[in-house]
Design a binder for this molecule. Structure first.
Ligand SMILES: *Cc1c(COP(=O)(O)O)cnc(C)c1O
Length: 251
């Protein structure tokens, strides 16, 4: 367990040097610790080491961890996995940010499910762009639109051609707060191999309103976070480098 704190220090050092190497403020990159398949005890260790943002992929797992960890009132769960429309109500209730809005119908369902529930003050995500503010003050749910930049058949995320439609659907929901884009690139042999996909996400941001409309880019994981940061990531989602190799227990 002690290893987790050491690994977090290592990840923070990686983020810092990647940011500095391209002239960015290391504080402009949020670390989201991906805790899928990890125990609540492991999450507590990471929390004690200063992590407040945790990424989960499955709503049932998120639901059970959120109740076990309810005493950590400023812990923020980010929904980063594929979200089915019939599970949107869980994400609306439990997440501080949803990274994986992939279509119009999901945006509408999430909007409907959040209409009467503000994100509680303690769970609001600090802006990695525009320091000092927490959330938008109004308690809308911050969301990112996931783009399948590699165009892979089995991957979640909308296609580039559909992006504007999905963005507009998010903006049409008064209880959602459009914050940016997210992607999971195709698996490549080297971290550098992911660069064109990260750059593509950044180009899509530029061609859809730029940082003013889409300030956040959620991209980069354990093996390619440096490449993502150099391509403009404001949030990296890191699991293995913090918690070690994942063992799937049939979830
Ligand atoms: C699991 C997962 C991660 C973390 O991957 P690591 O390689 O363990 O850092 C990041 N993003 C998403 C969407 C994931 O599902």
């Amino acid at each position: 367990m002690e290893a987790i704190a050491d690994r977090i220090a290592g990840v923070r050092a990686r983020i810092r040097s990647a940011a500095l190497s391209c002239g960015r403020d290391p504080e402009s990159v949020r670390l989201v610790a991906v805790s899928k398949t990890r125990t609540p005890e492991e999450i507590r260790v990471a929390y004690a080491a200063g992590i407040r943002d945790f990424g989960e992929n499955y709503v049932q797992e998120l639901d059970s961890k959120a109740s076990i960890l309810a005493d950590l009132t400023d812990l923020r769960f980010h929904m980063i996995g594929h979200l089915q429309r019939n599970k949107a109500r869980y994400a609306a209730r439990l997440a501080s940010m949803v990274h994986s809005v992939h279509g119009v119908e999901l945006a509408q369902e999430l909007g409907k499910r959040t209409r009467d529930s503000l994100v509680p003050e303690a769970r609001r995500v600090p802006l990695s762009v525009g320091a000092g503010q927490f959330g938008d003050g109004a308690g809308r749910l911050p969301v990112l639109v996931e783009v399948n930049v590699g165009g892979e058949f089995e991957k979640s995320g909308c296609r580039a051609q559909e992006l504007e439609t999905v963005l507009a659907a998010v903006e049409a929901e008064p209880s959602l707060w459009l914050r940016g884009l997210m992607t999971v690139p195709p698996i490549t042999e080297t971290a550098e191999g992911a660069r064109p996909f990260f750059e593509e996400l950044s180009r899509l941001r530029d061609s859809h309103g730029g940082p003013e409309r889409l300030p956040e880019l959620s991209m980069g994981m354990t093996h390619d976070m440096e490449v993502a940061i150099r391509a403009g990531a404001t949030q990296v989602r890191v699991g293995t480098a913090i918690f070690g190799d994942r063992v799937y227990r049939g979830i």
